[in-house]
Design a protein around this ligand. Sequence first.
Ligand SMILES: C[C@H](O)[C@H](O)[C@H]1CNC2=NC(N)=NC(=O)C2=N1
Length: 165
Amino acid sequence: MRGRPAMWTAPAPSAWTRSATGARGAGSATTCWRWPRRCCDRPPREMPMTDPDPAAPDLASRTCTPCAAGTAPHDAATADRMLAGLSGWRMSDEARAITRRFEVKGFAKAVELANLAAWLGNRQGHHPDIAFGWGYCAVTFTTHAAGGLTDNDFICAARLDALLA
Ligand SMILES: C[C@H](O)[C@H](O)[C@H]1CNC2=NC(N)=NC(=O)C2=N1
């Protein structure tokens, strides 16, 4: 992929992942993974980077747009309405960010989920804040250029959920 550092390969297993035989070792980039487990030897589906479909009711069909500094953030009512389209995401008290905490087994899965969220953010040009450790990975989206929430945050949250479905 043009100019993309190795770490942004498709969300295939990292070196932490057990191969099909259960042996620990670098996973294959040609393995199809329905996170968190390997499902077959088909090449992984690239996340569709489709253009926004005006008829698309769901956030996961949309693509983020660059956000100019000073863009007005959504008000709390709008943010609440968009949050209703997601599941498992919580809004910060002042409606400036949304966070989902994923509980996972062990540390390797937490690393993989963090990597997936980072990969998604880099693909969308809208980057998450990520905290992870043994048993968990917390992903937060906010639009720094707006000092609050914009459509981009809800799009990325929906796209991450779609990748993990
Ligand atoms: C030019 C580019 O679109 C901006 O710098 C992007 C990069 N990634 C970003 N990520 C997030 N979370 N907020 C932003 O405002 C933002 N701005």
